[in-house]
Design a protein around this ligand. Sequence first.
Ligand SMILES: [Zn+2]
Length: 456
Amino acid sequence: MSDIKIGLEIHGYLATHKKLFCKCKASRHSKEKPNTFICPTCTSQPGCKPMLPNSQAIEKIVQVGLMLNCKINTKNLVWNRKHYSWPDLPKGYQDTMSGAYSKPLAYDGDFLGIKILECHLEEDPASWNPETGCIDYNRSGLPLVEIVTSPDFSSSQQVTDWLDKLVLTLSYIKALDKNAGIKADVNISHKSTNFQQRVEIKNLSSIENIKLAIDYEEKRQSPGKVERETRRFDPIKLETIKMRSKEQAADYRFIPDPDLPIIRLDKKQIEQIKKSLPETPEQKLEKLIKKYKIDKKNAEILYKNFELVEFFEKVAEKIPPAEALSWVTIELLRVLNWNKASLEQVDIKPEHFIELLELVKKNKLTELKAKSLLNDFVPNSLPPSSRLKQAETISNRPELDNRVAKVIEKNPQAAEDFLAGKKEALNFLIGEIMKSSNRRADFKTSLELLKKKLKK
Ligand SMILES: [Zn+2]
C-alpha cells in the first residue's frame, strides 16, 4: 500500500466566445486592459439579472464529461448560489452547478484508471489584487469546468503524468483555453493518520507547483499528528502554509438561484455530441504507429498536437505517410516555430501543402525551392501552382551546364580543392549553383554535370 492518497479538484477555463451569463467577450489574457469586457451583469450592478446560461459552455462540459467516460445527467440540473464574501465577488455568491441540492451534470467517470466523481460548470469571480485593492472584472463570469477525482492517486509523479494526459485529451476537443492553464485544489492524506486527516491545498496554479506541494506535504505528514485543515502553497519557500481549519459545505449556504432556470438536456443532442467526439490521444497514437507505420518518436511528436496530427492525416490521404512525415514534423514545424505561431493561428490549407509535395515529386519544384515556398505559407497559404512560373525547377541540361561552368569559373579555388581530394568543396559548389539559380536548379542533374565538368 502506498503512503499517501491524493485527490484532485481541477479547474480549467472553458474555451467559449462569451461569458457564462452575459454577452461579454470571454477574454482570459492577463495582458488585456482591465475592465474592458464588462457589463452590468458581470460587475453585479444592483438589480441586474443573469441571462440564460451560455449554451456553448454547456455543450463543452458535456463533451468533457463524455471524454472522461462519465454518465450524463439530463434532468433537474440546478444552479446553486455558493455564498461567500470576498472583494472579487460583489454579488456575494458564485453560481455553480455543484453543491447541496444539486446533481452534477457529469458523474461516475473513469479516466486512465482514476475515478471521476463529477464534472460541473461554474462561473469565475473577478480578480482582486490584495496589494493595490484593484478589481478586474474581465474574468468575472467566465465559465469554468471543475473536475473532481476520487483520492485514487498514490504519488506526485502519477498525478503529474495523469494531468498531462488530461490536458492533452481535453485539447483534442478544444475544451480548455490554452493560454489560461489549469488550477487545482489537491487533497492529501497519509497512512500515518490511517488516511483519516485530509489536508486540502488550495489554488495550485501549475502542474509543477502541484507536484512540489504534494512532495512537501508527503514529508510534512509522515510523522503523523496532522490536523484536518486547508493550506496554501508558497512557490518561493516551496512549502505549504495553514490557511484555516477545514470548512464544512454548509458554510457556503448553498441555495438554488431563483434567477436561473433548471436545465434539462436533450438526450438526442447528447448522443450527437457523443458521435462527434474525436479519437482519444491514445487511439491516435496507436493509429499513427499501426496504420501509418510511423516510428514511435515521430508519432509522439504528432499526437501531442491535435491540429498537427489532424493536418498530417489529411496530407496522408494523398501523399504516402512516409514521404509526408518529415515535411510535417520537420519543415512545417520549422516554419511555424520561426514565426512563433501555432497551426491554429495560421491558415495553411492541407490541399496547398499536398500540391507543394506533389510538385516536388513531379520534379517541378526542387526540394529547396519547395521549402522556401513553404516559408511563405504563413499567415496564409496560396496554391503553389500560382508561383510555378517563377519557381519551376530548371532541368534543361544546356542551361544547367552553363550555370555549372559559371560557378566553376567564379570559384577556381574550390574546384582545385575538390580535385585535390577535399570532398566538402563539392558541397560548396553545388550550394553556389542552387543559390545562383534561386534554388531552382535540378539538384541531381546539376550534381552530375558538376562532377563531369570537374573531372575534365
Ligand atoms: Zn458582462
